[in-house]
Design a protein around this ligand. Structure first.
Ligand SMILES: NC(=O)c1ccc[n+]([C@@H]2O[C@H](COP(=O)([O-])OP(=O)(O)OC[C@H]3O[C@@H](n4cnc5c(N)ncnc54)[C@H](OP(=O)(O)O)[C@@H]3O)[C@@H](O)[C@H]2O)c1
Length: 203
């Protein structure tokens, strides 16, 4: 929504808000997308959309019948989950008993990373911006610990939450958080870098 340079063009004033959406094809002249097909793609927050052939490639036709509930395709089975799943498993290579720290842990990617790491048998520590989000990570998502980076002294807080050091740091943020994490990583630690959201608007 900001007009600062970033990885997607800004949403202009008055434009439909952009977002990953699910939809049902109501009418189509494309043989690959027929009436009744469920699709997902980067459309907008609107009831109806007209898709031209130029941007049809950014749409995915969902399986019929759906292997999971429709809303599952907005998060755990979306491109967001591919980011979390492949970066954690292919680059992080988590092993049972290892300690995984994830920043922006309550966000779309981070919340999945933590849950996948728990399935892999890791100790999972999330870093986020409020006590309420920390509570959600621990109590709803099953993280072992959560740190509020706005109020905690990060280095001692990480040392306390990661008594065996950090084996994987899933990096979403950059800045002061990675500076603190680097003081606690073990030898042969892996750091899948997703992006550095704290620096998106840096000059
Ligand atoms: N979604 C995708 O498929 C995808 C794909 C490739 C890369 N990425 C990258 O992955 C990262 C997370 O994406 P996401 O989709 O999970 O985002 P998201 O759901 O929008 O969450 C982003 C979170 O980042 C935290 N944050 C923002 N500014 C911060 C700052 N200055 N310092 C510390 N934390 C900050 C905020 O959480 P707190 O409340 O904890 O501060 C915010 O809720 C981003 O860098 C994004 O560009 C995402």
């Amino acid at each position: 929504m900001t007009n600062k340079p970033q990885y997607m063009p800004p949403v202009e004033l008055g434009e439909v808000m952009r977002g990953l959406v699910l939809g049902v094809v109501e009418e189509s002249k494309n043989p690959n997308f027929q009436t009744g097909h469920m699709v997902s793609g980067l459309l907008g927050w609107q009831d109806y959309a007209l898709i031209s052939t130029q941007n049809i490639r950014s749409f995915t036709k969902l399986l019929n019948p759906l292997p999971a509930s429709l809303t599952t395709f907005l998060h755990p089975l979306s491109f967001i989950s591919c980011t979390a799943y492949f970066r954690l498993l292919d680059i992080g290579k988590p092993q049972a008993g290892e300690t995984v720290v994830v920043s922006a842990a309550s966000g779309a990617v981070g919340s999945l990373v933590g849950q996948i790491a728990k399935i892999k048998g890791c100790r999972v520590v999330g870093i986020t911006s409020s006590d309420e989000k920390c509570q959600w990570l621990r109590e709803e998502l099953g993280f072992d610990a959560a740190i509020n980076y706005k109020t905690a002294d990060l280095i001692p807080a990480l040392a306390k939450s990661c008594p065996n050091g950090i084996d994987i740091y899933f990096e979403n943020v950059g800045g002061k958080i990675i500076d603190a994490v680097l003081t606690q990583v073990n030898l042969s630690a892996r750091i899948p870098s997703c992006r550095l959201i704290s620096a998106y608007h840096a000059k």
